[in-house]
Design a protein around this ligand. Structure first.
Ligand code: SF4
Length: 640
């Protein structure tokens, strides 16, 4: 079977056993890999209603069919489990070199259940797997544990996916980290790993995935490298994703002061261009291209940052990389902080302790707003003055959260649970299904209001294409790519009508496919990315040799979304949870271009009903109808 290694590793931590499954071609073609494959095991093998920290929770880690091939944007993994943050399905992606190495070690996926009686790590190499003691690694920050594992295995080139103290302490938004600087950040997958006493999954191998049509794969790789300098993503290498700050600011869509405003007066100070000029490793020496710019296996886009600060109040170790746009916004404009070195320090802390930067920064911003409004007292914060713009307080809180100490004990539960426990601050929440919103504003991009609400794993900015790409004047540039998906009815950014719902739903299916193929959404997508959907189809065909159509591929994405909805329904999560925080409806934005903007509740509710109808879900409950599940080959999930 070209593309796949043909083996899935099952790990039972209870009795420290491993088994290998070799699914047939029909299985792989139906679920593809990544999130789609993970959901199959979650839905099939997990009992409903378990607590996320119950040993029966399944932690599934999968690569994709194209992972490990020398083409840009393919080295990614998805980690899924029931989320301790949302109580719904959890799902999170990251890149780097670990995903490709998993394939080289001989496996497409690792499915983990049970809980070890003491800390362990998993060592997978050349088709073999061992469970090794990790008592000596427990409590270590990621950079130290990474070095120690390499030393004890005697191989500098092993790739390590691990949790830090945040996951060990079961911070509900703990991340899983590889290379000490790549994060499967969202939905608390690190906390699930911690609850299993699993410190790390280490991979190494010499096997390589095969392709059915090597010539076409090579041509696609060469086309990407040649086209990148003139593409819409050109410049990502020099300035990184944080260069989006000023564009968001100009549009009135830079979330500031815990989503109270869409503008931040000091935006220039935290933009990616400033980062490149001031704190990127090698900046000012002419060497930043070599030292400060990093990439994932085989990717020419090279958007990853490496920051180094050696003096001043916030020294930053380059081992822990540098902040992305989301991190710059959550620790920066969300918290009213314009100190870029402090933001880079917060990024370092999250990577060394293993925390999701989005939920961590947003939870601190929530606490700052509640404190400034007088709802949180000094007694509750255990003496911490939490004011917007206070960089030191933000950093202190990040440490306390990771260690579950002081006021960090409560914030480690996430902002929604913290508000519940304290009985305060609910009106300041920016959470959907208890997950803090990323840095794209539903008040500014209308279809994000819908997708944040209906997305099965909470607010997410990478689950659909954004409104701005479907506006008439922008659409002209992308019309061919969108027409390939059957989208040819451009709409104003402010519209949330049936045509916009259709756009959101169709591109959601495409992004859902991307998370099953595990392709990077900066490189592969439907509009501005380096490669378009026609090339995605060509890539999958060339790798697998299957005569798949775009319709069949989109159905893989649709199937994954329906499995997620099915999983959530079993956990009691359906239409009632498909909503937005009251703040988005009731608190108009202040200042700048977006002054007065808010989400219209009636318009939102009409769009949600239209979305359910278009999806083939019950229009009242939002649960997939039996005929929809049957059409997608998921009749077995009804019986389960
Ligand atoms: S675009 Fe960036 S995140 Fe995506 S694969 Fe390339 S280097 Fe990695």
């Amino acid at each position: 079977m070209a593309g796949y290694m043909g083996k899935i590793l099952h790990v039972n931590l209870f009795d420290r056993t491993t088994t290998v499954e070799s699914p047939d071609e029909a299985f792989y073609r139906k679920y593809m890999g990544g999130s789609g494959l993970n959901l199959y095991y979650l839905l099939r093998d997990m009992a409903p209603g378990l607590d996320a920290f119950d040993p029966g929770n399944i932690l599934a880690i999968s690569a994709g069919v194209t992972t490990g091939l020398p083409v840009s944007g393919q080295s990614r993994i998805t980690i899924s489990a029931k989320s301790p943050l949302t109580g719904a399905v959890g799902d999170s992606q990251s890149g780097g070199y670990w995903p490709a190495e998993l394939k080289f070690s001989g496996f497409d996926a690792v499915i983990i259940k049970g809980r070890a009686s003491a800390p362990v790590y998993l060592w997978i190499h050349d088709g073999e797997a061992e469970i090794k003691d990790a008592g000596h690694l427990w409590g270590q920050i990621t950079g130290d544990a990474e070095q120690q594992i390499k030393e004890e295995l005697g191989d500098e080139k092993v790739k390590i996916l691990q949790i830090g103290p945040g996951g060990e302490n079961q911070v509900r938004f703990a991340a899983v980290i590889s290379m000490s600087n790549r994060a499967n950040g969202r939905t608390g997958m690190g906390a699930v790993m911690g609850s299993k006493n699993l410190k790390a999954v280490v991979v190494r191998g010499k096997q390589r995935p095969q392709t059915a049509d090597r010539t076409t794969v090579n041509e696609l790789a060469k086309w990407g490298a040649k086209t990148y300098p003139d593409s819409m993503v050109a410049g990502m290498d020099l300035y990184g994703t944080a260069s989006a700050v000023l564009g968001m600011q100009a549009a009135g869509g830079l979330p500031s002061y815990n989503f109270s405003s869409g503008v931040f007066d000091q935006a220039q100070k935290i933009d990616g261009t400033t980062m490149t000029k001031t704190i990127l490793k090698g900046c000012g020496t002419g060497e930043q291209n070599r030292l400060g710019i990093d990439t994932c296996f085989g990717c020419v886009v090279k958007c990853k940052r490496v920051v180094e600060i050696t003096d001043g109040p916030y020294p930053v170790d380059p081992v822990y990389g540098g902040p992305e746009y989301e991190t710059v916004a959550t620790f920066g404009s969300y918290c009213g902080i314009d100190d870029l070195p402090a933001i880079a320090k917060a990024n370092e802390l999250c990577n060394k302790y293993g925390l999701d930067t989005i939920s961590c920064g947003a939870t601190i911003a929530w606490a700052m707003e509640a404190f400034e409004a007088g709802e949180l007292t000094l007694e509750e914060t255990e003496g911490l003055e939490l004011r917007f713009g206070d960089a030191q307080a933000m950093l202190d809180l990040t440490e306390l959260i990771a260690k579950r100490e002081g006021f960090g004990r409560i914030l480690a539960e996430g902002s929604a649970r913290a508000a519940g426990q304290l009985g305060k601050g609910e009106r300041f929440l920016i959470t959907c299904k208890n997950q803090e919103s990323p840095a794209h504003m539903p008040q500014h991009k209308k279809s994000m209001a819908l997708i944040y609400a209906v997305n099965p794993f909470g607010a997410d900015h990478q689950s659909s294409e954004h409104d701005t790409e479907y506006e008439q004047e922008v659409f002209e540039h992308f019309s061919e790519r969108l027409a390939f998906l059957g989208l040819a009815d451009p709409q104003p950014a402010a519209a949330l009508n049936a045509a916009k719902v259709s756009y959101a739903r169709k591109t959601q299916q495409l992004m859902s496919l991307m998370d099953s193929l595990n392709l990077c959404q900066f490189v592969w997508g439907s509009t501005w990315q380096l490669y378009g959907p026609e090339q995605t189809l060509a890539f999958v065909r060339a790798v697998t040799g299957w005569e798949v159509s775009m319709e069949e591929l989109l159905q893989v994405g649709e199937r994954r979304l329906n499995m997620m909805r099915r999983f959530n329904a079993r956990e009691g999560i359906a239409a009632a949870q498909d909503t937005l925080p009251e703040k988005f409806f009731n608190a108009p934005l202040k200042g700048g271009l977006s002054e007065g903007w808010k989400v219209d509740k009636q318009e939102f509710e009409a769009a949600r009903s239209e979305y359910y109808r278009q999806c083939g879900w019950d229009e009242t409950t939002g649960i997939p109808a039996p005929e929809t599940l049957k059409r997608l080959g998921l009749a077995w999930s009804i019986e389960k």
